[in-house]
Design a binder for this molecule. Structure first.
Ligand SMILES: [Mg+2]
Ligand SMILES: [Zn+2]
Length: 220
């Protein structure tokens, strides 16, 4: 049987809500919502929109923003149990996120094991927060994703792996299109319906474990 590999989103998936939206609601001056709308209706790229949103925030707010992000983030139930199950089954779990390192790392630190965390970077050396893009699109993607999930999957994939994608949003759709199995909620679920991509709906990570037990032939 092929080796399953899990590519799991962070914002709105591992955490119950989107951390970028929460941070912007709390700290950003007027103007960020315009960027958000642009991203959602696809008139600007994710990379451009997210970059501009964070450029509205002075670097002096760094500690305050991190503290807020940690306090505000609620982890979706069953996440650690899900990681324990994957570890027992020898299934690597990668976090693949369009979020930013400075809030993801302190939140995810207490969970594991993880095979890796792919997300955007940040530079606090200027006056406002500058986002860095170490995982931008390869030559097969022209969406200007920022953190390009399909590109990361192509980089990590090799013969015989079964790609499992878990997500909730617009950035997960392209990844879902090239997955062998999809767990979807919220916007991604609607998009899977629209694109006729087979998916398993989930509310908690316990749901994912149950479905994986059946799919991978493991009985709990
Ligand atoms: Mg998400
Ligand atoms: Zn891309």
């Amino acid at each position: 049987m092929s080796q399953p590999v899990i590519f799991c989103d962070f914002d709105g998936t591992v955490t119950e809500k989107d951390n970028i939206i929460a941070i912007m609601n709390e700290f950003a001056p007027d103007g960020w919502e315009e960027q958000k709308e642009g991203v959602l209706n696809r008139t600007i790229s994710i990379r451009e929109g997210v970059g501009k949103m964070f450029s509205l925030l002075p670097v002096s707010l760094k500690d305050e923003i991190i503290e807020f992000a940690i306090k505000n983030a609620r982890i979706r139930p069953g996440f650690q149990e899900f990681l324990d199950f994957a570890a027992e089954e020898g299934i690597p779990v990668y976090i693949v996120s369009g979020g930013i390192d400075f809030f993801i790392e302190p939140i995810i630190n207490s969970f594991g094991p993880l095979a890796g965390v792919f997300c955007n970077g940040s530079d606090f050396s200027g006056e406002t927060i500058k986002i860095e893009w170490p995982n931008s699109c390869d030559d097969q993607c022209s969406n200007d994703c920022g953190c390009c999930k399909p590109s990361i999957m192509r980089k990590l994939e090799h013969d015989g792996i079964k790609k499992i994608v878990i997500g909730d949003s617009v950035t997960d759709l392209e990844a879902a299109k090239q997955a062998d199995m999809v767990f979807a909620r919220d916007y991604l679920k609607d998009k899977c319906e629209e694109w006729k991509i087979p998916y398993t709906p989930f509310g908690t990570f316990h749901d994912c474990v149950e479905a994986l037990k059946i799919q991978t032939g493991v009985r709990g």
